[in-house]
Design a protein around this ligand. Structure first.
Ligand SMILES: O=C(O)CCC(=O)C(=O)O
Ligand SMILES: [Fe+2]
Length: 490
C-alpha cells in the first residue's frame, strides 16, 4: 500500500438535497457532448468518453488530492474525506450537471489547450449513479458496456468524479447518495461556471500539511453540542417493572450470545460495558463535550461538514489536515485528556479479546499465532475520537491511518465503544460497501481491531433509530443517537 493510499479516515458528508427531489436539467445542459459512460469488466469504473463540443474542462479541483498513479482513482477515493464540492452548496443543482460543470462547462477557444485528457466517473458499489449520469447526459455513442440500468438496488450509491490531468488523477468529488430518499442536487448552469473560470484555472490547492497553515491565525467560535440536553418536562415517568425486566432479559440474552472473532485481529465483545459504566461514560462525555474543546461538527475549509458531532481526547484530529495536533485547528482548544476510567476499560477490553482469541479455533496449534498479543497487540491509548451520531448520522467506509507509522506498522488496535442507538457497521478489505461484512453494534459493545485487521475499511452507513436501551435516556439524559469512542495509540 503506498503512502497516498494510507492517509486518512475518509468520511462521507451529507450532500445537498434538492428541495423538489428532481433532477432538473436546463435545455443547454442536455446533450452537451458527454457521450457515454461505460463500465470496465469489473464493473467498477466508468468513463466519460469525450468532452462537450465547445466546452472544455474547467479543472475545478478544490478539495481534491492529486494522485501519482492513474489507477489511484478507484482505490484512493477511500482516503479522501469525501465532501460536497463547492457546487454542492449551490441551490437547485443536480448531480448529473455536477459532472457537466466539472468536466465540460467552461467555454474555451482552443480545445487543444485543455489541461485535462480524460474524465472518469468511478462508482463504488451499485451503478445507479452512473446510470443517472447516462440518463441525464443522454448518451448517443453507446458502447456495449454502457450502463443503462441500475445493476443493484442497494440503497447506497457511492461515486467519485475524477479528472485525469496528464498522469495524475484528481478526485473532484466523492460522495454517497441514499437511494430513494436523498435526491442529490448539484446542478449549476454553464453561465455560473464561467464566473468560476479564473478561480478554476488556478493550480490545484495543496493539501494543508499542518494545523497552523490551515488556520492561518484565525480561530472560530465554536458552539458545543450537548449530548444530554436537559429534559423539558420535570415529570419523569417511571418505567414499569415489566419494561425494566424486559430490558434486563434482553441484556442477558445479548451477553449470552457472547463475543465473536469477526476475523483475525478483530474481536467484537458483546455487551462488554456494564450499564453503570455506560452511564458514567455518557456523563463524562457530556461534561467534557460542553466544555472547551468539546463536541462540534467537524468539516473542511470549503465549509462541507461531516454527518456527526466530534470531540477529541488526548490529541486533536482534524479532518481537513488528516493529522493529529496538540490543539484543535478551528479554535486552538486543547483536547481534554482521556479519563483514566476510560483507559482502564480499554485495557480490560484488550485483555478480554486476548482471552477470546486464546480459546478460539484461530488460536490452535496449527495457527501461526502463538500468543494472542500477536493477533491483537497491547495498546495504551493516547488519543480518543468521540463521535456522536444523531439518528441520521453516518460515516463512510474508510481506514484509520492517521496514527503514527509505528502504531500502524505494529498493528496497535483501535478499540471502539458503542453506546446508545445501535449502528450498522460495515467492514472489509476493500472500500466497497457491497463486498463489506455487516454487523450491528449495540449499546455496550466493544469492537477491537488490530494486527491483521488494523487497516480494514469500516464505516457506519446508518443508525438504528430508537434502539438505545431506555436507561441511557432515563438515567443519563442521552439524546437519541449513538455515542462512539474509538481509542488509539498515536
Ligand atoms: O462509529 C463507529 O463505530 C466508527 C467510528 C470510526 O470509524 C472512526 O471514528 O474512525
Ligand atoms: Fe474509523
Amino acid at each position: 500500500m503506498n503512502q497516498n493510499q494510507r492517509r486518512g479516515r475518509g468520511w462521507f458528508s451529507n450532500l445537498q438535497r434538492s428541495p423538489s427531489g428532481s433532477n432538473s436539467e436546463s435545455p443547454n445542459q442536455q446533450n452537451q457532448g458527454i457521450t457515454s459512460i461505460s463500465a470496465n469488466s469489473k464493473g467498477r469504473s466508468s468513463y466519460i468518453k469525450r468532452p462537450l463540443k465547445g466546452w472544455s474542462s474547467m479543472g475545478v479541483v478544490e478539495g481534491s488530492g492529486s494522485r501519482n498513479s492513474q489507477d489511484a482513482s478507484i482505490v484512493d477515493t477511500c482516503d479522501e474525506r469525501s465532501r460536497p464540492s463547492p457546487m454542492g452548496r449551490s441551490p437547485g443543482t443536480t448531480l448529473s450537471n455536477f459532472a457537466v460543470r466539472h468536466n465540460v462547462c467552461a467555454p474555451v477557444d482552443d480545445t487543444s489547450s485543455m489541461p485535462f485528457e480524460v474524465c472518469s466517473v468511478t462508482t463504488i458499489g451499485p451503478f445507479e449513479i452512473a446510470q443517472d449520469i447516462v440518463m441525464l447526459h443522454s448518451s448517443s455513442d453507446s458502447s456495449e458496456n454502457e450502463i443503462t440500468q441500475p445493476m443493484k438496488t442497494s440503497p447506497w450509491k457511492e461515486y467519485s468524479l475524477n479528472m485525469r490531468v496528464k498522469t495524475q488523477t484528481r478526485i473532484l468529488h466523492h460522495g454517497k447518495l441514499h437511494h430513494g430518499q436523498d435526491e442529490v442536487s448539484l446542478h449549476e448552469s454553464p453561465e455560473h461556471c464561467t464566473d468560476r473560470i479564473p478561480q478554476a484555472r488556478k493550480a490545484s490547492p495543496k493539501r494543508e500539511s499542518s494545523c497552523s497553515d490551515h488556520v492561518v491565525g484565525k480561530t472560530q467560535t465554536i458552539t458545543t453540542f450537548d449530548i444530554c440536553p436537559k429534559k423539558h418536562s420535570t415529570v419523569v415517568l417511571k418505567r414499569s417493572l415489566l419494561e425494566t425486566n424486559k430490558e434486563k432479559r434482553k441484556d442477558i440474552e445479548r451477553s449470552m450470545q457472547g463475543h465473536v472473532i469477526l476475523r483475525p485481529g478483530m474481536v467484537l465483545l458483546r455487551n462488554f460495558i456494564t450499564h453503570a459504566d455506560q452511564i458514567n461514560i455518557v456523563k463524562k462525555c457530556r461534561e467534557l463535550g460542553v466544555g472547551h474543546g468539546g463536541f462540534y461538527q467537524p468539516g473542511y475549509s470549503d465549509g462541507a461538514k461531516l454527518s456527526l458531532q466530534m470531540m477529541c481526547l488526548g490529541k486533536s484530529w482534524d479532518p481537513q489536515t488528516k493529522s493529529y495536533e496538540e490543539s484543535r485547528c478551528i479554535d486552538g482548544a486543547k483536547p481534554p485528556t482521556i479519563p483514566d476510567t476510560f483507559k482502564k476499560l480499554v485495557g480490560e477490553a484488550i485483555h478480554a479479546s486476548h482471552a477470546i482469541i486464546r480459546g478460539s479455533t484461530f488460536f490452535s496449534r496449527k495457527s501461526s499465532i502463538r500468543n494472542p498479543a500477536d493477533a491483537i497487540p497491547w495498546m495504551e491509548p493516547d488519543v480518543c475520537i468521540v463521535n456522536f451520531y444523531a439518528q441520521s448520522g453516518k460515516l463512510g467506509l474508510h481506514q484509520d491511518v492517521d496514527e503514527s507509522q509505528e502504531s500502524l506498522k505494529n498493528g496497535l488496535p483501535v478499540v471502539s465503544f458503542s453506546i446508545g442507538d445501535s449502528a450498522e457497521f460495515l467492514y472489509g478489505d476493500d472500500r466497497d460497501a457491497d463486498k463489506a461484512e455487516k454487523v450491528e453494534l449495540k449499546s455496550g459493545d466493544v469492537l477491537v481491531f488490530g494486527g491483521k485487521s488494523r487497516l480494514i475499511f469500516h464505516g457506519v452507513p446508518s443508525i438504528v433509530k430508537d434502539s438505545a436501551p431506555r436507561f441511557l435516556a432515563d438515567e443519563a439524559d442521552l439524546r437519541p443517537g449513538r455515542l462512539n469512542l474509538t481509542f488509539r495509540k498515536y
